[in-house]
Design a protein around this ligand. Structure first.
Ligand code: M6R
Length: 613
């Protein structure tokens, strides 16, 4: 939820930290700060607001020093202000700390430290940890890494931290538990961050810290890793596979728009090497020998949050329909706490763009403990969920920077569609001709997404009609019902217009009471199997003077004539329609948000990856 960046080496730290924080700002953006170490000691600067405000504040006198830590915050404990911003200093001001996560027992620790004479400036849990490390260090006269290790043994909760101390220059100490931390290894220099985005322009060699590991990076001794239990570890060096260009806006006003427009490519990338139309083949190498297990599973349980949960619902429709395997889709946050019945006959699939969502990670851990096969559909390579699973498939969408998920959603849906096809073929539950048609059509979906994007100007025009409304209703049926949920979520999160998604037939059971001339109703009307029923739902809206925006197929006549506005998408096989029908809804939300003057990439109160509960 927050972003950490740190540097140790022979370059000036300040410009690297600021640039790194800008790369990480999508993770949290309510305040930012840095601390740089030089011969005179630690210099810390903190500011409420965006990284730019911090930079303006420091302005013409940037601190000098070749080691430093930085943080961009998404507030948990204490409102966003200058004091609560990180880094936090110890009582004697000699040690500074940046932290992602939550220290759950901070109140107890704080009370104990206050008894020892510690005074706190902020309302944060992080400052308590800084003081705790100082206390442990002073009591035992310990080196920094040992004080950090012992202090962390007393901490309950989640953390990724980097600590710097003026008593031990030339060294940074980092640790993680349930919150990611990556260490980039350069030539006689180290780059630490909560994800690889600020590291990639400096080095491709990285180490992902594991849970309950502590790393010490030192100019003299290189990198050493041990566990909190004091066991020495051998770090594994990974090669980053990420392009710097994917972290730039490349001429688009917002990352979200860029990412919407990337979808023809990202969907194709998700299928690369997995689909072969000539050979009538779909294969998911990463799931390899687990396919038999899934076919024989008592049921598949999909755990996810937000947009990833919506893609899971589409997976449920497709897998049950095509492969005839029972699927349940659960909010990870509910699943993990409701004592679910899971056995070793179940297969649990975690879906996550970031691979770091705390609830999804915990749900997967629970499933593993109970003996289920744990699989993942993840975007971020090397992320915690990806590393926890028994097997999985990456969606290969590249970094998604806009807080509102777009290309990750279509990548997940493409992956789940391939999974449904693989399972259906293996189980013999699909007619071979139909299988071939779906494979050929799926391979052609990127071209059809290009066509949907050509309607951009028309969608922008419709956005103008909706931008001043206060509510919106999204309706869909079958596998387009989750698309309605996703459309509503997109509108809510970036434009702050209240929106709800419903199965179209549910409208009569309550939401119809909301409909009047002020209510735009966005209906996904592409399902051939339920065309007449959707047409009736639209009539019901029209009879109550609601404004209907219908997503229809290119040759549609009847519904287009009924609707106030029609958005056309190319015709396709019904199970594949979500990959097309969601695109106009993404664009619609985007343009409405822009017209309302919202910061599309950094909507209020949200952060890209939710690494705390
Ligand atoms: O990284 P994840 O896919 O696990 O994230 C799950 C949700 O937090 C995420 O999809 C969220 O709902 C997005 N803001 C949706 O646009």
């Amino acid at each position: 939820m927050c972003g950490i960046v740190a540097y140790l080496g022979s370059q000036e730290a300040y410009p690297l930290l600021i640039k790194g924080l800008k790369r990480l700002e999508y993770r949290g953006y309510d305040s930012a700060g840095i601390a740089v170490l030089n011969g005179e000691g630690l210099k810390a600067y903190k500011r409420k607001g965006k990284v730019q405000e911090l930079e303006d504040f420091i302005h013409s006198t940037p601190p000098l020093g070749k080691a430093g830590i930085g943080h961009t915050r998404w507030a948990t404990h204490g409102i966003p202000n200058d004091i609560n911003a990180h880094p936090h200093l110890s009582g004697n001001g000699k040690l500074a700390l940046v932290h992602n996560g939550i220290i759950e027992n901070y109140a107890l620790l704080k009370a104990a430290l206050e008894k020892e004479g510690h005074h706190f400036q902020s309302d944060t849990d992080t400052e308590v940890l800084a003081h705790l490390i100082e206390e442990v260090q002073n009591r035992g006269q310990l080196p920094l890494e040992e004080a950090v290790r012992i202090a962390l043994k007393r901490v309950v909760g989640a953390y990724a931290i980097v600590v710097i101390s003026q008593d031990e220059p030339g060294k940074l100490v980092a640790a993680r538990k349930a919150s990611p931390l990556v260490i980039g290894i350069g030539k006689q220099e180290f780059f630490l961050a909560s994800d690889a985005t600020p590291i990639i322009e400096h080095t491709r060699k990285v180490v992902y810290l594991n849970d309950e590991e502590i790393a010490v990076v030192s100019l003299h001794d290189g990198m050493k890793v041990k566990t909190i239990q004091n066991e020495v570890q051998t770090p594994f060096i990974h090669e980053l596979d990420m392009e710097l260009e994917s972290l730039e806006k490349s001429g688009f006003d917002y990352f979200m728009l860029k990412e919407i427009y990337e979808q023809p490519t990202t969907i194709a990338d998700s299928m690369r090497g997995r689909i072969n139309v000539e050979e009538n083949l779909v294969r998911l190498g990463g799931l390899g020998n687990h396919i038999d297990k899934i076919c024989q599973a008592r049921r598949i349980i999909i755990v996810a949050c937000g947009t990833s949960w919506h893609s899971g619902l589409i997976g449920e429709y497709l897998i049950e329909d095509l492969a005839r395997i029972q699927v349940e889709v659960e909010y990870a946050s509910e699943f993990r706490y409701r004592n679910p019945i899971i056995t070793d006959e179940d297969v649990v699939i975690a879906i996550s763009q970031s691979g770091e969502t705390a609830d999804t990670l915990a749900a997967l851990e629970l499933a593993k403990e109970k003996g289920a096969t744990a699989l993942g559909i993840v975007n971020v390579v090397g992320s915690s969920i990806a590393r926890l699973t028994d097997a999985g498939a990456y969606i290969h969408a590249g970094p998604e920077i806009g807080v509102a998920s777009t290309k990750a959603f279509t990548g997940q849906v493409a992956l789940l569609t391939m999974l449904a096809l693989v399972l259906a073929k293996k189980k013999g539950t699909i007619n071979p001709d139909y299988f071939h048609r779906l494979v050929a059509e799926l391979a052609n979906i990127p071209n059809k997404v290009e066509k949907v994007l050509e309607y951009d100007a028309e969608i922008k025009y419709i956005a103008r009609e909706i931008k001043d409304r206060h509510n919106a209703l999204y309706l869909g049926r079958g596998c387009n019902f989750p698309v309605a949920l996703e459309g509503a979520l997109k509108l809510k999160e970036i434009s702050y217009i209240h929106a709800e998604g419903y199965p179209a037939a549910e409208m009569k059971h309550g939401p119809i009471a909301l409909i009047d001339e002020q209510m735009p109703v966005i209906v996904i009307a592409t399902n051939k199997s339920a065309y007449d029923k959707i047409a009736s739902n639209i009539q019901e809206v029209k009879a109550r003077k609601g404004m209907v925006i219908a997503v229809v197929t290119e040759r549609d006549k009847a519904i287009s004539e009924m609707a106030d506005f029609a958005i056309r998408i190319p015709d396709t096989e019904e199970p594949l329609t979500p990959l097309l029908s969601v695109i106009p809804l993404q664009l619609l939300s985007y343009y409405i948000a822009v017209m309302r003057g919202c910061n599309v990439d950094q909507p209020r109160n949200l952060a890209k990856s939710v690494t705390v509960e």
